[in-house]
Design a protein around this ligand. Structure first.
Ligand code: ADP
Ligand code: MG
Length: 231
């Protein structure tokens, strides 16, 4: 479903360049849970943002269902980002003066919310165990609960691709376990492709794909797998 081919990403930082990704290639199957792992600064978030078309590579291509994200028009890029991808961030990014339901409905706010969409938001919040918190505001919730709202928000448009950047980075380990349980459950239920950036390997199981990067390049077993696939 996703093929990253020889991607480079260089950031200009003041007077010098930072090469965040240096000719990286990898594949992620549809409906799979894939982890992007590696040390801090290795390019994990950069890769994730490229998959979500939040940024463009300096060179190389990113094929999602056969479409190269680097060649989409601005309109198509916006549509992809808005309708086909859900994002979950480390810091939840909820809006403080909106209730849980309203936060989940944020993706629909620009065009007005229908009753069906509101019902869907309530259903999702119920799925993540927050039925009793629908009209609460983020400050009334624990970190784990806030992240569950963010997960519901990421899923409200039924995206084909769900991207999470260190989703448990600000949570204690028990709450982290709960969040992974929810993510796995929702992913299996919907067959969403889920890509998670983490430096915590304890959540990885043998069924998951692991994309290990170091200094902007693929390392480890998956490197050999991908090379064989691309041949
Ligand atoms: N917008 C940016 N401008 C300049 N440098 C950046 C930017 N984003 C990331 N970098 C640099 O690119 C490298 C990879 O960053 P990142 O993808 O965030 O790593 P990770 O998520 O693995 O910690 C780092 O050296 C980081 O400082
Ligand atoms: Mg990062």
């Amino acid at each position: 479903m996703i093929a990253v081919e020889n991607v480079r990403k260089t950031f200009r930082s003041g007077s010098h360049d930072v090469e965040a990704l240096r000719g990286l290639s990898c594949k992620i199957d549809r409906g799979r849970l894939a982890f992007i792992v590696g040390p801090s600064g290795s390019g994990k978030s950069t890769l994730l943002y490229l998959l979500g078309a939040l940024d463009l590579p300096s060179s190389g291509s990113i094929l999602v269902d056969g479409h190269d994200l680097t060649k989409l028009s601005e309109t198509d890029t916006n549509t992809y980002r808005r309708d086909h991808v859900g994002f979950i961030f480390q810091s939840f990014n909820l809006i403080g003066n909106l209730t849980c339901v309203e936060n989940v409905l944020i993706p629909f706010l620009p065009r007005g919310v229908t009753a069906a969409q509101k019902a869907r938001a309530v259903e999702l919040l119920t799925d993540v165990g927050l039925k009793h918190r629908l009209d609460h505001r983020p400050r009334q919730l624990s970190g784990g609960e806030q992240q569950r709202v963010a997960i519901a928000r990421a899923l409200v448009k039924d995206p084909k691709l769900l991207l999470a950047d260190e989703p448990t980075g600000e949570l204690d380990s028990k709450t982290g376990d709960e969040i992974y349980k929810i993510l796995r459950h929702l992913q299996a239920q919907r067959q969403t492709t889920l890509v998670i950036v983490t430096h915590d390997r304890r959540f990885i199981t043998s069924n998951d794909q692991v994309i290990e990067i170091q200094d902007g390049q693929l390392v480890g077993e998956d490197l050999y797998q991908t090379r064989a696939d691309l041949r």
